[in-house]
Design a protein around this ligand. Structure first.
Ligand SMILES: *[C@@H]1O[C@H](CO)[C@@H](O)[C@H](O)[C@H]1NC(C)=O
Length: 329
């Protein structure tokens, strides 16, 4: 190969790398930046994108190149839009950047999972690097600040009100009908709370099912056959139903995750990075089992194997990671 060709190849590679990873980076040619794949922003005196974004016309995308930041036609040209690496899983299927400082785990797939990770302060997410988060002073984030504002955290489900006080329960539930009280075969599984709206106020009353019948929450009435979820408590009620779904409680973790397979436990290189959890379903219930990799091996969430290299998720560049709302330890 001639050295000219090599240089050309290097130049083209750099060009592609440069255009693909810029997002919110001011182009010195026309002092503008791509704010998203289809939006531009004007840069201020401090060389930072500012003010309201401008939309490219339909069929156009934002490209930062040697001619400055311009809206250029999409197909069929070979134009590559800026900001396009956002929400895309990296080559190793480990993570996808979802905002300038946030990411999601991909767990060995090409789809960002229900997961939220945050880079430590001063770091940004770039999906072209193995480390996930890199110093903001040395790389550009793969996502734009526009992605930060559109990232909504999963809605938190309000805590289920206690069934001890029927009136308070109905005031919180605000729904007409019959509701289950609990799951103990001989006591709460035979009771229900009836909520109704009377003179604009929610009122509730606790009732016992007639005879030896049980209250079935799926049909909302008393039935003769014992529902499968009713159980006889031993000395203590099972911890799985009340314990917080942390990874130190695999069953509760899997019940919240609602997904079959192997999952990472945490981000601590000394402890939780060596561990993983297997979630599975048995007769309708989610169960979990915790494992530790042999020797000094670490759990790799993308290959789902125990490996000798420290995973990128186990670094103090990472502030936190959650999966389906469960915070990894
Ligand atoms: C998991 O292993 C793959 C293949 O060795 C590697 O590319 C990837 O970066 C590893 N994942 C993490 C989280 O380090």
């Amino acid at each position: 190969m001639s050295s000219y060709f090599l240089r050309l190849l290097l130049f083209l590679t750099c060009l592609v790398a440069a255009t693909r990873s810029t997002c919110n980076v001011c182009n010195s040619v026309n002092k503008m930046a791509c704010y998203s794949m289809t939006q531009t922003k004007v840069c201020d005196a401090n060389n930072l994108p500012s003010g309201a974004p401008f939309d490219c016309p339909p069929g156009y995308m934002c490209v930062s190149g040697s001619g400055g930041v311009l809206c250029q036609p999409k197909a069929p040209s070979s134009n590559v839009a800026d900001c396009q690496d956002c929400n895309k899983c990296d080559a190793s299927q480990t993570f996808a950047c979802t905002g300038t400082r946030s990411f999601a785990l991909c767990l060995g797939t090409n789809v960002p999972q229900q997961s939220r990770g945050n880079c430590a302060s001063g770091y940004v997410c770039n999906n072209g690097i193995k480390e996930i988060c890199e110093l903001a002073t040395s790389v550009n984030p793969s996502c734009s600040t526009v992605d930060d504002t559109t990232t909504t955290t999963a809605p938190t489900t309000p805590p289920t009100p206690s069934t001890n006080d029927a009136a308070a329960y109905c005031a919180a539930v605000k729904k007409q009908g019959n509701f289950a009280v609990g799951e103990f075969t001989e006591t709460t599984c035979r009771q229900y709370i009836q909520c109704s709206l009377t003179n604009g106020k929610w009122v509730g009353k606790k009732y016992a099912c007639a005879g030896s019948t049980f209250f079935d929450r799926t049909v909302g009435q008393c039935v003769t056959n014992k529902p499968s979820y009713c159980y006889t408590p031993t000395t203590n009620p099972p911890t799985t139903t009340t314990a917080a779904p942390t990874t130190s409680n695999p069953a509760a973790y899997c019940a919240k995750l609602q997904s079959q397979g192997y999952f990472p436990v945490g981000t601590n290189p000394k402890t939780t990075c060596h561990q993983y959890i297997k979630c599975y379903q048995l007769s309708g219930s989610w169960l979990g089992k915790g494992y530790t990799c042999p020797g000094n091996l670490y759990y790799n969430s993308s290959t789902k194997t125990c490996v000798s290299t420290l995973p990128a998720t186990c670094s103090d560049r990472i502030e936190s990671i959650s999966l389906n709302g469960v915070e990894l330890e």
